[in-house]
Each structure stands twice: as C-alpha cells, then as structure tokens.
Design a protein around this ligand. Structure first.
Ligand SMILES: *[C@@H]1O[C@H](CO)[C@@H](O)[C@H](O)[C@H]1NC(C)=O
Ligand SMILES: *[C@@H]1O[C@H](CO)[C@@H](O)[C@H](O)[C@H]1NC(C)=O
Ligand SMILES: *[C@@H]1O[C@H](CO)[C@@H](O)[C@H](O)[C@H]1NC(C)=O
Ligand SMILES: *[C@@H]1O[C@H](CO)[C@@H](O)[C@H](O)[C@H]1NC(C)=O
Ligand SMILES: *[C@@H]1O[C@H](CO)[C@@H](O)[C@H](O)[C@H]1NC(C)=O
Ligand SMILES: *[C@@H]1O[C@H](CO)[C@@H](O)[C@H](O)[C@H]1NC(C)=O
Ligand SMILES: *[C@@H]1O[C@H](CO)[C@@H](O)[C@H](O)[C@H]1NC(C)=O
Length: 453
C-alpha cells in the first residue's frame, strides 16, 4: 500500500500561505433592468450595489483580515502598497464592492496620522476652509476622520478587459455564443419549458418571442425581489415554482451558450488563468517579489469562466459576493502548492487528484487550459475556419490548443498503476506461496482457511 498521501496531511499544518489571489463577484445589487414592479423600490437605480451588498463585501474584508492579518500574518496590519493590488471592472457595483471589502480589510483606526501635530499648517490646502480650526481640532492627528484608510482600486475599459470580461473583446467567443443561442439544444429547452414563456407572455402582455428575449432580465428582477421579500407587487403567476423552474432552465442554457464546446471554457477563462499564472510564478520564483495579495472584483460570468476553464463544477450561477481564493502555500522545505477555495470549499483541481496541488502541476494545467496568444485565439474568420455548415459545427469540437488532459500530469494515475502492480505482484507471491504450502502440506483444508480470512 502506498501511504504517501498521508504525508500531505501534516504538510498542511506546517505550511504557510505566501500569496493569495481573490476573484469575487460584486455584492447584492438592484435588478439590472427594472420591471414594472421595480419602479419606486430601488432608490439607487438599476444595477447598483445595495447596502446589503456593501455589507457582504465589508464582512468578507473583515474575515480576510482575520485570516491573512490576524492568523497568518501574511499582510501588514495597515495598508502597505507593495504588498497588495486591487483591480475591479469598470462598473459602479464592482468598484463599490471592492471599496467596501477594503474598508473591512483595513478598518477605521488603521489609517495614517500626521507625523506630528505641528504639521497642521502643512496639511492646510491653498484654498479658504470654513471652520478650519474646529475641523482640525476634531481630526486630532488623524489624516482622515477616525483614521480611516483610503485605498486605490484600479480599473480599465470594460471593452478591453480580456481578463474579467473576455466576452466583450473576443470575436470567436461572440460568434460561437451567438451561434449557440440559436442552436437546436437551446430551442428544445425552450420548447420543453414553453409554460414559462407563456406565463411571461400572458402576465406582461407581450409576444412569446418578446417573452423569450426579456426573460433573463425578468428572472434577475424576480430573484432579487424574492431575496428581499418584496412580494407585494409581483404578479402571482411568478411564484416560487415558476422561479425554480426558470433558474434551472437559465443554468442549463448558460452552459450551452457560453461553455460549449470545450473551447468556449478555455477562451473565456484563458486570460485570467494566464494572469494568475504570472502572479503565482512571480511570487514563487522572484525573491524580490513583495506582492502578497491581489484582488479582482468582477461578475458572476467572470467566476463561471474561471471555474469552467479549471474544469471545476460550474453548473450553478455564483451567488452575489461569491469568492474564489487561490492560495500559494509553501511548506518548510520550500515546496510550493496551490489551494483553491470556492466560497470556502476546497476544490480538487482535476490533474492534481487532491485539494493540495503541487505548484508545477497547477502551472502546467493552466498552461494547457489557456492560450499563449489570446488575440490569435479569438480571431474569427469564417472562411478560414470553414464553418460553412453551421448545423454540423453545432456538435463538433472546435479547434483546441490543449485539453488539459496531460497524462504526464496525472501522477495519481501512475500511483494507481504502481499500486495495482504492487497488488498484482503481492497476489502472485501469495498464490505462489499458497500453492507451495498446499503442495507441501497436501491438505486442502488449510488452503481454504487462508482464503477465508
Ligand atoms: C484581530 O486580533 C485583534 C487583537 O489580537 C482583535 O482585536 C481583532 O478583533 C481581531 N480581528 C478579527 C477580524 O478577528
Ligand atoms: C514636530 O515638528 C516640529 C517642526 O518640524 C519640530 O520642531 C518638533 O520638534 C516636532 N515635534 C515632535 C514631538 O516630534
Ligand atoms: C485659528 O487658530 C489660529 C492658531 O491657533 C488662530 O491664530 C486663529 O485666530 C484661529 N482662527 C479662528 C477663525 O478662530
Ligand atoms: C436561428 O435559426 C433559424 C433556423 O434554424 C434561422 O431561420 C434564424 O435565422 C436563426 N436566427 C439567428 C439569429 O441566427
Ligand atoms: C516564471 O518566472 C521565472 C523567473 O522569474 C521565469 O524564468 C519563467 O519563465 C516564468 N514562468 C512562467 C510560466 O511565467
Ligand atoms: C533582486 O534585487 C537585486 C537587488 O536589487 C537585483 O540585483 C536582482 O537582479 C533582483 N532579482 C530579480 C530576480 O529580479
Ligand atoms: C498575438 O497575435 C496577434 C495576431 O496574430 C499578433 O498581432 C500579436 O503580435 C501576437 N502577440 C504576441 C505577444 O505574440
């Protein structure tokens, strides 16, 4: 029996976290498109972070402070720029979620103070300030009230964000997802759930076709209103049963449109995985590296893309404030491992065969599951690709760089073979010994007894 797997257990205890990458969905938001019953309910307008969403991310921040400042001492107890980087997509709700989370990671009283109270005059701006004396009296030495910490969160243009919003800038992805939305698989699901669209059509007084088009936004609004208990204005046919069926259908359709064939998972997850690989590699191999924590604040699709590219379960939409943590871990012998938590549940990376993934296996897996040049991979040229017969293409595999099923990687496969060989050899020896024994003693009884033990 190979007991090597037992070695992994004590290793977890004596190991330290050296770097963390977080990928999170924004917190609870208002519906992205208001339905008639949404009017007058959400003062902040459509698609905005709600107070409950802010609280969700603030609490994540306090827990990360607990884990990575109080318990593991990975980060300094106050903001120290060389250790951290924060990135968000260019949406109000993601930027505000990032800021909410950081106000939990760096709570009031951890922010900076003037070096010296007599620097009050230096800290006076070159414009007239009403109540200057009273204000600085209240501040004391604190740079900002209650020593809060402000933290920069970086963002970029959404249409160029190939890491977190790959669908905006990948023509091949757009082509295939458009194609998939009109595929026979989707059509038959719609047909199977025709009752949903008939209900929408009746209640909203629109055509079936309009009902199909509006259904994603309508479902989004129903889910959020349901979560908030805003049932007052919701038409009765949109009941719990309707909601359950619609959510299940939506999850199924998402899989078909965005994650089939396999290349779609790779196109959509590729650039985040590449970025992750660069960051992990830098932390692992560059002794000068100071970065300890990187935050990416994004969307449900961003999380699904990454889960899907890593071949992890992704059949349900990530709830608001869902969080993936990638931890780079070092044991006392400087062996590195990667652990992936999705909403605190440790994930098993397929080629690693365990939740503790040896660093180089993880890196190799990412390499196989992503594209070295995403611009190239995203080029869609219908003539060149010869996808004339789209009906055929529907069930075909699209060209893929690597499927991530590298046999060399699957060390546990070799372990299994070694184990089986050992068992077969042991059995062989046992049988030989038994036969010898049997022949020697010429007594059938003992032979039977031994087998029955
Ligand atoms: C971290 O530890 C300090 C003191 O050890 C404690 O006051 C604080 O509540 C802890 N923070 C969290 C988030 O547990
Ligand atoms: C505060 O700064 C002033 C001016 O630079 C200096 O004279 C004074 O000694 C400083 N006080 C303390 C306590 O460092
Ligand atoms: C503010 O404080 C300064 C120094 O203590 C003093 O000279 C000035 O008169 C005060 N200004 C007001 C408006 O009270
Ligand atoms: C969807 O497919 C049908 C027939 O299969 C076709 O007539 C229609 O034009 C397609 N629509 C789109 C948007 O591709
Ligand atoms: C990892 O970093 C090392 C040195 O910093 C570099 O030589 C190597 O190419 C990097 N590997 C990857 C996959 O980025
Ligand atoms: C680390 O820093 C030292 C001193 O600044 C420099 O000489 C060396 O090249 C750096 N190493 C890497 C891998 O960047
Ligand atoms: C990626 O591919 C594009 C298009 O083929 C090319 O223009 C670009 O130079 C390539 N980038 C890299 C880094 O090789």
């Amino acid at each position: 029996m190979d007991f090597r797997f037992l070695l992994l257990i004590p290793l977890l205890i004596s190991s330290t976290v050296v770097y963390v990458v977080e990928l999170a969905r924004h917190g609870l938001r208002t519906p992205t498109q208001f339905m008639p019953w949404d009017e007058g309910i959400w003062s902040v307008g459509p698609g905005q972070l709600t107070p409950e969403g802010m609280r969700q991310h603030f609490l994540i921040g306090t827990e990360l402070r607990n884990r990575y400042i109080n318990n593991t001492k990975l980060l300094s107890s106050s903001y120290y720029k060389p250790e951290v980087s924060f990135y968000s997509t260019d949406y109000d709700r993601t930027l505000m979620s990032a800021m909410s989370q950081l106000s939990g990671l760096y709570p009031p009283e951890t922010g900076p103070s003037l070096k010296n109270s007599s620097l009050n005059q230096l800290a006076k701006p070159p414009i007239y300030i009403e109540n200057f004396n009273e204000t600085i009296e209240e501040l004391g030495d604190a740079a900002l009230p209650n020593n809060i910490q402000v933290v920069p969160v970086f963002t970029g243009l959404n249409q160029d964000d190939i890491i977190l919003l790959p669908s905006f800038s990948c023509p091949k992805y757009q082509y295939i997802s458009n194609f998939n939305s009109n595929s026979s698989a989707v059509q038959s699901l719609i047909k199977k759930n025709a009752n949903l669209f008939e209900t929408i059509s009746n209640v909203m007084d629109i055509s079936i076709e309009e009902a199909i088009n509006i259904s994603p936004q309508l479902l989004d609004s129903l889910i959020i209103n349901n979560a908030y208990g805003n049932t007052r204005n919701i038409p009765a046919p949109f009941n719990e049963q309707f909601l359950q069926q619609a959510v299940a259908l939506s999850n199924q359709i998402t899989q078909i449109i965005y994650y089939t064939p396999e290349v779609m998972s790779q196109l959509s997850g590729s650039q985040f995985l590449r970025q992750l690989s660069t960051l992990l590699n830098e932390s692992q191999s560059n002794p000068n590296s100071t970065l300890k924590f990187s935050l990416f604040l994004a969307h449900d699709s961003s999380l699904l893309n990454v889960l899907s590219a890593l071949k992890l379960p992704n059949l349900e939409n990530p709830t608001f404030a869902s969080t993936i943590l990638f931890e780079l871990i070092s044991d006392e012998n400087k062996n590195f491992y990667v652990q992936v938590y999705y909403n605190d549940i440790l994930q098993t990376i397929p080629t690693c065969g365990s939740t503790l993934c040896p660093f180089y296996n993880f890196m190799r897996f990412i390499e196989l599951r992503s594209f070295p040049n995403i611009t190239n991979a995203c080029i869609f040229n219908s003539a060149e690709e010869n996808w004339g017969d789209l009906a055929e293409a529907e069930n075909e595999e699209f060209p893929v760089a690597g499927k991530g099923d590298d046999w060399n990687l699957r060390w546990y496969g070799w372990l299994a073979i070694a184990f089986c060989s050992a068992v077969i050899m042991a059995l062989g020896i046992a049988v030989t010994v038994l036969i010898r024994d049997f022949k020697a003693k010429r007594g059938k009884k003992k032979y039977v007894e031994m087998w029955e033990r």
